[in-house]
Design a protein around this ligand. Structure first.
Ligand code: CUA
Length: 339
């Protein structure tokens, strides 16, 4: 390779490495920075398997290079290579060796799988029922009755036991820094348990192809201190109160538009509607995102979403409402006021 070509390929490798660093900083969907016990078990398993694999690679490559140089015919040598029909010792070795390696890898793997899905709910757990829909996530807390979408709130220092259900096709629950993946299968309850260590927001993504908007089926896990989590849960339990004496005209008008719209068939707002097909909107204004976690929750984005959901999330089941101008702004103001 010429010096110029070497320089070009070294620069390309350097650029690729830097791009990797930048992506990792901005979108830390990495399994290499675990923030829960489950993610740590998976990380250690990965390191363990990688080290065994590296050792095997070194042994195989060394044996290969030695074989090439030690057993090749020298110039002027006419002797044909050895033609031994079989070598029992060698055959036993290359059968037993790989079997032992597979056993060494499978024992910690199977142990980790069983640890992450215990048959009995661990004592003191916070249970959450996770229902996957095309294409959003529903999170229901059976103990408190709280229900939310695309944003799972959990406290640190307490085992979280997730019951995973699907409403339609096979999805997969995956939060790289906290754990997963675990398939979410219609007609079968799977589960996953984890305990988060570090407060923060972690990105999750459906990890099983599930139709048109599979890539738009994101979610966030908000890991909070036990005090923050308790506050959040209490505020979610209370009915939203947008229509107080301070409510603006737009919010009051928006409330009327919502109550008389087909939205009520699909969306629940405590004290207003009982829909259950789409996400509950009871505390919509407190959420950071909408539309399967792909848009940040701003009035402009809500207006775009309501105007044409299909343009943002292909295949979305929500119909266009045909609202425009002031009516649209009023509805958006009302939804954003639901805290
Ligand atoms: Cu749900 Cu992919």
């Amino acid at each position: 390779m010429s010096r110029g070509a070497l320089l070009v390929s070294a620069t390309a490798m350097g650029a690729a490495a830097c791009f990797g660093c930048a992506t990792r900083r901005e979108l830390p969907m990495t399994t290499l920075a675990p923030k829960s016990d489950l993610a740590e078990w998976i990380y250690h398993l990965f390191i363990q398997v990688t080290l065994w694999d590296a050792l095997i690679l070194v042994i195989v490559v060394t044996a290969f290079i030695l074989a090439v140089f030690v057993f090749s015919t020298r110039v002027g040598e006419a002797a044909p290579p050895s033609s031994a029909a079989s070598d029992l010792g060698l055959e036993v070795a290359w059968t037993v060796g790989p079997a032992l390696i597979l056993l060494m890898i499978s024992i910690p793997t199977v142990r980790t799988i069983f640890r992450s899905q215990p048959r009995v709910v661990p004592a003191g757990s916070l249970e959450v029922t996770v229902t996957a829909h095309q294409w959003w996530w529903e999170f229901h807390y059976p103990d408190s009755g709280v229900e939310t979408a695309d944003e799972l709130h959990i406290p640190t220092g307490r085992p979280i036991f997730l019951h995973l259900l699907s409403n339609d096709v096979i999805h997969s629950f995956w939060v790289p820094q906290l754990g997963g993946k675990r398939d979410v299968v219609p007609g079968q309850m799977n589960n996953l348990t984890l305990e988060a260590f570090v407060p923060g927001t972690y990105l999750g993504q459906c990890a099983e192809f599930c139709g048109l908007s599979h890539a738009n089926m994101r979610f966030r896990v908000m890991v909070e201190t036990p005090e923050q989590f308790a506050l959040w849960q209490t505020s979610e339990q209370a009915a939203p109160t947008p229509e107080n004496e301070n409510a603006s005209r737009a919010i009051s008008e928006g409330a009327k538009i919502f109550a008389n719209s087909p939205c009520t068939t699909c969306h629940r707002i405590d004290g207003v509607s009982k829909g259950y097909i789409g996400p509950s909107l009871s505390h919509f204004g407190t959420r950071a995102t909408l539309a399967g976690g792909i848009l940040s929750n701003t009035p402009v984005n809500v207006a775009k979403w309501v105007t044409d959901p299909e343009a943002i999330k292909p295949g979305a089941q929500m119909p266009k409402l045909g609202l425009r101008g002031e009516q649209l702004n009023d509805l958006v103001a009302y939804l954003e006021s639901l805290k």
